[in-house]
Design a protein around this ligand. Structure first.
Ligand SMILES: CC(C)(COP(=O)(O)OP(=O)(O)OC[C@H]1O[C@@H](n2cnc3c(N)ncnc32)[C@H](O)[C@@H]1OP(=O)(O)O)[C@@H](O)C(=O)NCCC(=O)NCCS
Length: 185
């Protein structure tokens, strides 16, 4: 799919943090299965997607944050974290298929507003974020976890070259959700 969009894809800066917090709050629920409660989502936003946490992504050397913006308005973002895989279940799945979980990029987040979905911007954002992480830290396989019921995201990731290599759980607001682990070697 080609990109048919006026959006600018660029690295995030510290001044983007308040808008990233808002974008994360609007888009995180889109990745959750219907069984995830509003309370669990609210707790996840409070603890895992706060201004402090998101400011940390922008500041940390091992994190790469890229946004798609329509002028001043952020419409999508992606986060790649580079280094040892911090998830024991995912690390085991990666090791099982012969990938060293200690030297790897994680596509930790990719979220687009509904109006931008299907435009091709998500693939451009994924490419830009991984390319920036590779520039900063070198070539390595890329893994991600996504909810096992998130069929759209899984279709998108498969089209971007990922395949399912295992499973893990992902805690949202105190409740373990079932994820697939996907890899682009
Ligand atoms: C995941 C996301 C970034 C992908 O971006 P996108 O613009 O929607 O992706 P695309 O439209 O390029 O690709 C989506 C694919 O899913 C398919 N699809 C659409 N709706 C679907 C559905 N309900 N079930 C299964 N597949 C579906 C599309 O046909 C397309 O596949 P194809 O290119 O092979 O035909 C975006 O959907 C999003 O932000 N979703 C909400 C947040 C989220 O789930 N983020 C991922 C968390 S891990």
């Amino acid at each position: 799919m080609g990109v048919n969009s006026p959006l600018t894809v660029r690295p995030a800066t510290v001044t983007d943090v308040p808008a990233l917090v808002e974008l994360a709050a609007v888009t995180f629920p889109l990745a959750c299965p219907p069984s995830t409660t509003a309370e669990a989502i609210a707790e996840h936003l409070r603890v895992k997607l706060s201004a402090e946490v998101i400011g940390g992504w922008v500041a940390r050397e091992d994190s790469t944050v890229v946004v798609a913006a329509d002028g001043d308005r952020l419409c999508a973002y992606a986060l790649v974290v580079t280094g040892p895989c911090g998830d024991p279940l995912a690390a085991r799945a990666l090791a099982t298929v012969g990938v060293d979980p200690d030297h790897i990029h994680e596509l930790s987040k990719i979220y687009a507003l509904p109006a931008q979905q299907g435009s091709g911007i998500a693939a451009a954002l994924l490419d830009a974020c991984v390319a920036a992480a590779v520039d900063a830290h070198g070539e390595a396989p890329v893994w991600l976890g996504t909810n096992s019921e998130n069929a759209r995201a899984q279709a998108f990731y498969r089209r971007c070259g990922f395949e399912v290599v295992g499973e893990r759980t992902f805690n949202v607001g105190g409740r373990d959700e079932s994820d697939v682990v996907m890899l682009r070697a």
